[in-house]
Design a protein around this ligand. Sequence first.
Ligand code: NDP
Length: 280
Amino acid sequence: MNFLLPLTGCFAQPVAENPTVVMIEAAYRHHGLDWRYINCEVAPEDLGDAVRGARAMGWRGFNCSLPHKVAVIDHLDALGQSAAIIGAVNTIVRDGDRMIGENTDGRGFVVALKEVVDPKGKSVVLLGAGGAARAVAVEMALAGAARITIVNRSAERGQAVVDLLNDSSPAKASYASWQQTFAVPADTDIVINATSIGLYPDVEAMPDIDTGSLTPGMVVADGIPNPPRTRFLQAAQARGCRTVDGLGMLVQQGVIGIKYWTGVDADPQVMRKALLDLGL
Ligand code: NDP
């Protein structure tokens, strides 16, 4: 008998509304893993103690969400490739005594996207330049996207992502201003909403783009996980585009995390169903 359960979880503030626990524990149960995933409310000033506690208690790994994704780096031993480029960590992996920081935000997105289209050599329009957009942009570049146009309301944040891509990847990145309705260039292959526009409860909101500029050859993706069928994706579908929802990004991040922690390839359908059963 073994009454010592391997521990994983999430450190964030606020953390109560974070549904990742539901999909991860559904996967643990489905795969017969007697592991736990525990949401922990951790204030910024307590983050160092929390990471030391996780080390002391032998946690196998954990996720960090807002506001800890950058600050946690000071408490880790090393960073994975994309986490180092992005400058933020959302998944911590235990390697013996060492804590390694990885970023799965963008990787989860790319895995979900690849079920519909391979970004290699493609021309991409990315709406947004916040934390999620930065992670998605870097992973799209690492996955071989040829051109990435960052469309963002704040020019400073947009240009910062452009500079990061041009400095750290072979992708050709450029900034496009977003002070008025944005028309997607006709030669675009993939359009991604990585802003927070459309997130519950603001479900009627939609990025200010000219939907008439979307054409059936384009793949349109949304990072918003709740609701999965955003108004933006509904408009893209109505224009004949293939679409990728933000639930896929969330689920695939979980799949990557579980693989890091347990070595098991988790079933994404089980995890997606667990989230949909919540009413997402
Ligand atoms: P940030 O606050 O860092 O960035 C928000 C972005 O949205 C900025 O680019 C901001 O532009 C833009 N934005 C917000 N409101 C407007 C508006 N009215 N008009 C134009 N632009 C706007 O947030 P994150 O990057 O951390 O998160 C963004 C979204 O990504 C979240 O809503 C979250 O749901 C989603 N996400 C999904 C994940 C998943 O697994 N599916 C994982 C992580 C995040 P500006 O710079 O001009 O302010």
